[in-house]
Design a protein around this ligand. Structure first.
Ligand code: MEV
Length: 320
């Protein structure tokens, strides 16, 4: 039996603009994760998927429409087997469970796909590199999101803070001084594919205005990188606030997100913004270590359905 897991993620800055070639920063969130377990099955049973949270069983190779909840799982398995050069369906049971909230900007689809790819590859004796896992998961992201930038599969497969530019080799971030994020869930689904599609239509209608807004978001991501790599946490907070203004300007915020962002700032957060596609899902607040519980309570009081506190640091855990 082989089990592999993968974390969730949040985007610190640059979402949406990253789809248009600007840089963005994302960090893994290890407090939530998806896991996949591969177990040998009896001869002739084929490859069956059991998605426990969805109470769903699916036999790989059975035709299903693209809208079926098992479709991304089936596709991930098929792509992985192809990549491993396995031309038959092995007799296996693949059990999947996840604590990453679905459709909340925390990368649930990419986390589940990453866990599946890792578990299958390890079980079949051909472990893959993070980049190979990321490339496979990207193909599943296309099913979920239409035109993904690739940031979710990258940060989740590498499990490190990343400075990401679409189509460029991954750059990991050196976090000079660890910092804390409080993540607040509006409890509302953030329909990534729909929101990304709306932004695309708005960009097509007003290319100059949107290009200028994306440029400013890209510049914020570059400054945020500098702030993170030199330990200037206050500066990072200001940049997050500026990023939120721009996200509001492209029409992806919502009254529920604004309410939580306002509550976090009023409770003393250094900066706060929505994260991911927006119109629902989660927001993040940057806090000093001692403030996390106070800001978390303020978010709960303001109606957050789930609050997660996470520490951001380099993968090795270095820094004070
Ligand atoms: C989704 O997590 C982030 C977006 O920028 C879309 C993408 O990068 O593919 C909204």
């Amino acid at each position: 039996m082989t089990t592999a897991c993968a974390p969730g993620k949040v985007i610190l800055c640059g979402e949406h603009a990253v789809v248009y070639g600007r840089p963005a920063i994302a960090v893994p969130v290890t407090q939530v994760r998806a896991c996949a377990t591969v177990a040998e099955a009896g001869e002739g049973e084929g490859l069956r998927i059991h998605a426990t949270d969805l109470q769903l069983w699916h036999r790989v190779g059975t035709a299903i429409p693209a809208a079926h909840p098992a479709y991304p799982l089936e596709t991930t398995v098929q792509h992985t087997l192809q990549r491993l050069g396995i031309a038959y369906l092995p007799d296996l049971t693949l059990t999947i469970s996840s604590t990453v909230p679905i459709a909340r900007g925390l990368g649930s689809g990419a986390a589940v796909a990453t866990a599946i790819v890792r578990a299958l590859a390890q079980h079949l004796g051909q472990p893959l590199s993070p980049q190979e896992v990321s490339d496979l998961v990207y193909q599943t992201e296309v099913i979920h999101h239409g035109t993904p930038s690739g940031i979710d599969n990258t940060v989740i497969a590498f499990e490190q803070p990343v400075f990401f530019v679409k189509g460029k080799p991954i750059e990991t971030l050196r976090v000079q001084r660890p910092f804390w994020l409080v993540i607040g869930d509006t409890g509302i689904r953030g329909p990534t594919k729909e929101v990304v599609g709306d932004v695309r239509r708005a960009w097509q209608a007003q290319p100059e205005r949107y290009e200028a807004l994306f440029d400013r978001m890209g510049s914020i991501a570059r400054q945020a990188r500098e702030a993170i790599e030199s330990g200037k946490v206050e500066a990072l907070g200001k940049l997050m606030d500026e990023n939120q203004e721009l996200l509001r300007a492209i029409g992806v915020s919502s009254p529920e997100l604004e309410k939580l962002i306002y509550a976090a700032r009023a409770a003393g957060a250094l900066g706060a913004k929505l994260c991911g596609a927006g119109r629902g899902g989660n927001m993040i607040a940057l806090v000093r270590r001692g403030q996390a519980q106070h800001v978390a309570k303020a978010l709960r009081d303001a109606g957050a359905s789930l609050v997660i506190v996470t520490k951001v640091q380099s993968a090795s855990g270095d820094g004070p």
